[in-house]
Write a protein that binds this ligand. Structure first.
Ligand code: ADP
Ligand code: MG
Length: 301
């Protein structure tokens, strides 16, 4: 098959591995810089252009869209979808998962376990918002933060109020969330491909850190999921509409709760800690599903 990896950095572990593994499986694999793609949006002959030429018709794309380029990146993915190219993750699904508020609402709608979460616009409502998620300590997070940046733990109600007011003053959109203390700085990354959780790891934050992100110095180890955790991860991926994703869970006293669903989950941590060929499984998924116009949304928005 002719497959393109949309990535801005060919040197990243995930990008390199996907290319190597794809080639080893007999595919023709190109790495394309998402931001250097440009689009011909003419009716009935939509095309993606790259370095002065029209790109060939790919059978499938693997979008690895960084959080900072979601707007442009999803437009490029949508363009491929309009041309009938199969995308491992569809543009609409990527947009959904990138917005923490939108994804929490979609997950809540389907009764998937979540930490109690609130969202408000006006500082007048801050006190009640805090009370509603159970009071301090609580977590405040920027809607579009990643890698743990923009996630703050407020230990007291006073601290929570002033941090929330400061963010509101800056016109930053934030969620206010119950702090799952019993998770003890660890979370569980469930790697989902299609209808299966293919691997899972437990990430533990560095000493004294409540955020378990590997980018913040966390460490990873293999973990066995409970049935309930597995079902929660699969449901969350399904609600988002993502074919390949990382579902992050916390173990709370009330069962698993979803933190977020990542549409470009890193491969290095999960492949190293589980010793599984996740990249190969992504290609298996493509080989089974990449048929022309096989996307669910077909670029519908
Ligand atoms: P990011 O997109 O920046 O990774 P997350 O929402 O995943 O943001 O939060 C980063 C980390 O902070 C999580 O992996 C988790 O370890 C910790 N964390 C986030 N929210 C909570 C919470 N409500 N209770 C306990 N820990 C949390
Ligand atoms: Mg996270």
């Amino acid at each position: 098959m002719k497959i393109a990896i949309l990535s801005r950095n060919p040197k990243l572990y995930s990008t390199r591995r996907l290319k190597e593994v794809g080639i080893a499986r007999g595919h023709d694999v190109d790495i394309i810089n998402t931001l250097h793609c440009y689009m011909d949006i003419t009716s009935s002959k939509s095309a993606v252009r790259y370095k002065g030429e029209e790109l060939p018709q790919y059978d499938a794309i693997i979008p690895r869209i960084g959080a900072s380029v979601t707007f442009y990146g999803t437009a490029v993915v949508r363009q491929f979808e309009m041309m009938g190219t199969f995308s491992v993750n569809e543009s609409v699904a990527i947009s959904r998962s990138r917005d923490k508020l939108r994804s929490m609402q979609l997950l809540a709608r389907k009764n998937i376990g979540l930490p109690r979460t609130g969202f408000a616009n006006s500082p007048d409502n801050v006190k009640d918002l805090i009370k509603n998620v159970g009071g301090a300590p609580l977590v405040i997070k920027l809607l579009e933060g990643t890698q743990g940046i923009g996630v703050v733990l407020a230990e007291t109600t006073k601290a929570a109020e002033s941090v929330i007011e400061a963010f509101m003053g800056l016109k930053a959109n934030i969620l206010v969330q119950e702090f799952i203390k019993e998770a003890a700085g660890a979370d569980i990354r469930c790697f989902v491909i299609g209808e299966k959780v293919v691997a899972a790891m437990r990430r533990q934050g560095a000493e004294g850190e409540f955020r378990s992100n590997l980018h913040r110095g966390g460490s990873a180890e293999v973990i066995k999921l409970t049935k309930e955790e597995r079902a929660t991860a699969l449901n969350a991926a399904k609600v988002m509409g993502l074919g390949v994703c990382g579902v992050d869970l916390l173990r709370s006293n009330n069962g698993p709760v979803v933190m977020e669903v990542n549409s470009s989950p890193g491969l290095e941590g999960i492949e190293t800690s589980t010793q599984k060929d996740i990249s190969g499984m992504i290609f298996e998924y493509i080989e089974k599903n990449a048929k022309p116009f096989h996307n669910k949304t077909k670029g519908k928005g």
